[in-house]
Design a protein around this ligand. Structure first.
Ligand code: GLA
Length: 432
């Protein structure tokens, strides 16, 4: 990763400076070679009044959680123009597009240097961004790009600091439909420098930086989905819509490990009140099909992202996607839960030992329920008993199991045997 030594040191300094005052750290992303240096510690909360939510003007482009594919989780810094074209081709060929995956998002490492007029050039991996955008659009898809408010991106490439209007205009000229805006070097370069000992002032600077790009995007007149990536700092869910955020990362980076995915899921409980059409909590991109996740883990990961009304941005190797992974990613009934028009994110209704029960209301009075076995060692001698009463349900319920496609009857305290890290995901069309 081309993250400059100076910047890495500054981030380390930030981590140790904030350590004394910080609330317990969020679970860190499992470090992998491809991941860039992102502070995983949680900054102390600033004492700021919540800005007024003014979501509607930005909301139209993301009335349902954005769906697509992003280059980072599989290609990381190696991504090229050819990979993006290939991803677009595969999204059409595999049926992903038909299932609703529309955005093809280029993550970090496309950036070159600025010319004498401050115009950012692409690097040699992306010879012609306008032509690439045209190609993606010609497939009936949309295209996303990545930058950050600091002088450098997380990967150490050129950021947008001081060039926000210029960059936004360039994105619009290229035909960009989506921007992921990643905090990273803004922390040492601006927050730490301008307000070294004042956390509240640092957070204000951060919010202002997101608002600056929000205004620059709006000024282009092109609807561009605005994705905030600042790892959930300072209760971003409380203020992101007021700076035009259509989605905002709620945690540090995901990785293709069950423990990391489960830790992220656990951090979403309680955030449901902040999500709705046009503005979504983002527990990070999908790792379905990546690493060594088992089939059950892939299924549970996808089910929970759907329950959480999360953006569904696949991040797998599309040309080599296995049929069972494609079946998960394109399960239309699960996607329909994610995209239910009420836009109500699930809440964790109760946990019992290592089993969690999540539920969300759906349009037309229906309900979705996910029962997740997060444990490793539960056997049929001690099955889990599902409490319908705790879910506000009375008597037997007719439900559809969205992974087997079978109609089942749920009864109060029924024993459930779920394999380790697996899920029961059901839709109850007429709950009683
Ligand atoms: C951060 C983000 C990731 C990815 C990388 C790119 O780590 O959280 O999602 O965009 O930067 O450098």
């Amino acid at each position: 990763m081309r993250f400059s030594a100076a910047l890495s040191l500054s981030l380390l300094a930030l981590a140790s400076l904030t350590a004394a005052a910080q609330t317990p750290a969020q679970p860190a992303a499992t470090p992998t070679a491809k991941k860039s240096v992102v502070p995983q510690s949680k900054a102390p909360k600033a004492q700021l009044a919540s800005p007024q939510v003014t979501a509607p003007q930005a909301a139209k482009a993301a009335l349902t959680p954005p769906m697509g594919w992003n280059s980072w989780n599989f290609f990381a810094e190696k991504v090229t123009d050819k990979d993006i074209r290939g991803a677009a081709d595969q999204m059409v060929a595999t049926g992903m597009k038909d299932a609703g995956y529309i955005y093809v998002n280029i993550d970090d490492t496309w950036e070159g240097k600025r010319d004498a007029n401050g115009v950012l050039q692409t690097n040699s991996k992306f010879p012609d961004m306008k032509a690439l955008a045209d190609y993606v659009h010609s497939k009936g898809l949309k295209i996303g790009i990545y930058s950050g408010p600091g002088p450098q991106t997380c990967g150490g490439y050129e950021g947008s600091l001081g060039h926000e209007e210029q960059d936004a205009k360039m994105y619009a000229d290229w035909g960009i439909d989506y921007l992921k805006y990643d905090l990273c070097s803004f922390i040492p370069a601006v927050m730490m420098k301008q307000a070294p000992n004042d956390k509240a002032a640092q957070m204000k600077l951060m919010i202002a930086a997101y608002d600056k790009m929000n205004k620059a995007l709006k000024a282009t007149g092109r609807p561009i989905v605005f994705s905030l990536c600042q790892y959930g700092w300072d209760a971003v869910w409380e203020w992101a819509p007021s700076v035009g955020g259509n989605l905002w990362r709620t945690t540090g980076d995901v990785s293709p490990d069950w423990d990391r995915i489960y830790a992220i899921v656990s951090q979403q409980a309680g955030l449901e009140k902040y999500a709705g059409p046009g503005h979504w909590n983002d527990p990070d991109m999908l790792e379905v099909g990546n690493g060594h996740l088992t089939l059950a883990e892939n299924r549970t990961h996808f089910s929970l992202w759907a329950m959480l009304a999360a953006p569904l941005l696949a991040g797998n190797d599309l040309p080599n996607m296995k049929p069972e992974i494609k079946a998960i990613l394109t399960n239309k009934e699960v996607i329909a839960i994610d995209h239910d028009k009420l836009g109500r994110q699930a809440s964790r209704v109760y946990s019992d030992g290592e089993v969690d029960v999540w539920a969300r209301p759906l349009a037309g009075g229906a309900k979705a329920i996910a029962v997740v076995n997060a444990g490793d060692n539960r056997y049929s001698t001690h099955p889990f008993h599902l409490s319908l009463a705790k879910l506000g349900l009375h008597g037997p319920q007719t439900a559809k199991d969205l992974w087997t496609g079978k109609t089942i009857t749920l009864t109060d305290n029924m024993p459930l045997e779920l394999p380790s890290h697996d899920v029961l995901l059901v839709r109850i069309p007429a709950p009683k």
